[in-house]
Design a protein around this ligand. Structure first.
Ligand SMILES: NC(=O)c1ccc[n+]([C@@H]2O[C@H](COP(=O)([O-])OP(=O)(O)OC[C@H]3O[C@@H](n4cnc5c(N)ncnc54)[C@H](OP(=O)(O)O)[C@@H]3O)[C@@H](O)[C@H]2O)c1
Length: 255
């Protein structure tokens, strides 16, 4: 029997990139997966891939920046499954105009709501279901920019992702007595559609050297399958060819 048989996983941002890869990996492991994102079509495509492989998937579209949408989807999950064992709190976004010269209040609000408020809404929505079962795993996709502020990612994104790291640690501090575990995943560059919003375009060759969605999806699957008595509090995952390191080497060494 696969190790997540009988478990329910809610994956946000499941129509593309890391979320899609995580949903497919969790479904292969036997979990019934609930797929959320704003656009229905990519979620349907993820669900079709999972079902073709014999897995279980339910599509629940919604804008996670709206607390009411999050409450509605969580209530649907509770009604249908009466449990939520795994939350992959992964949806996130960035904007093109991210430098301080260009940043507007509306842009900052979008990035903070889309990466941090939404993550809080989803966490608060699943915790009651997890407390009831005396167990559960929350896996949040932060970023290396959530550890080291980065101009490449921008001020608002760096600040929001630092918030996600803090949020995850506080869940462990309070909910460990309820058997609930929280892991924050901090990826470096992953070749996903979010890179299309970079002010400096990323080439095909550069994307090929980056971590791939499946690498992070498999890490998320691994975390979800850990035994209930341990938690990986935080994990960083980066491409071996780390463009930040390579640029630094070029500045500090003579050829
Ligand atoms: N790729 C990287 O280099 C990298 C590095 C570090 C961290 N991350 C983080 O990894 C996570 C996944 O991103 P990705 O790289 O896989 O990029 P992606 O393919 O753009 O995935 C982001 C997903 O989030 C969904 N989403 C965005 N805003 C949403 C909202 N308000 N409500 C519901 N769904 C929303 C998007 O779908 P809709 O547009 O249909 O809503 C999309 O499927 C993000 O949190 C991102 O910040 C990425």
């Amino acid at each position: 029997m696969a190790s997540l048989t009988g478990k329910v996983a809610w994956v946000t941002g499941a129509g593309s990139g890391i979320g899609q890869a995580a949903a497919i990996a969790l479904a292969k492991e036997g979990a019934a997966v609930v797929l959320t994102g704003r656009r229905k079509e990519p979620l349907d495509a993820t669900a079709a891939t999972i079902k073709q492989a014999g897995g279980k998937a339910v599509v629940k579209p919604g804008d996670l920046m709206k607390a009411s949408a999050v409450t509605r989807i969580a209530a649907d999950i509770d009604k249908r499954f009466a449990r939520c064992d795994i939350l992959v709190n992964n949806a996130g976004l960035n904007i093109l105009e991210r430098s301080w010269k260009q940043l507007t209040p509306a842009g900052a609000e979008q990035v903070i709501d889309g990466n941090l408020s939404s993550a809080f809404y989803c966490s608060t929505a699943v915790l009651p279901m997890m407390r009831r079962k005396k167990g559960g795993v929350l896996i949040h996709t932060s970023s290396m920019a959530g550890r080291n502020p980065s101009l490449l990612s921008g001020a608002a994104y760096s600040a929001a992702k630092h918030g996600v790291v803090a949020m995850s640690h506080t869940i462990n501090m309070e909910e460990c007595v309820n058997g609930i575990r929280s892991t924050v995943v901090c990826p470096g560059e992953v070749a996903t559609p979010i890179l299309d919003k970079r002010p400096i375009p990323v080439t095909k060759e550069e994307r090929a050297r980056m971590a791939q969605s499946e690498d992070v999806g498999d890490l998320i699957r691994y975390i979800a399958c850990l035994p209930a008595h341990i938690v990986i509090n935080e994990v960083m995952i980066n491409p071996t060819w780390n463009r930040g390191y390579v640029a630094n080497l070029a500045r500090t060494t003579k050829s």
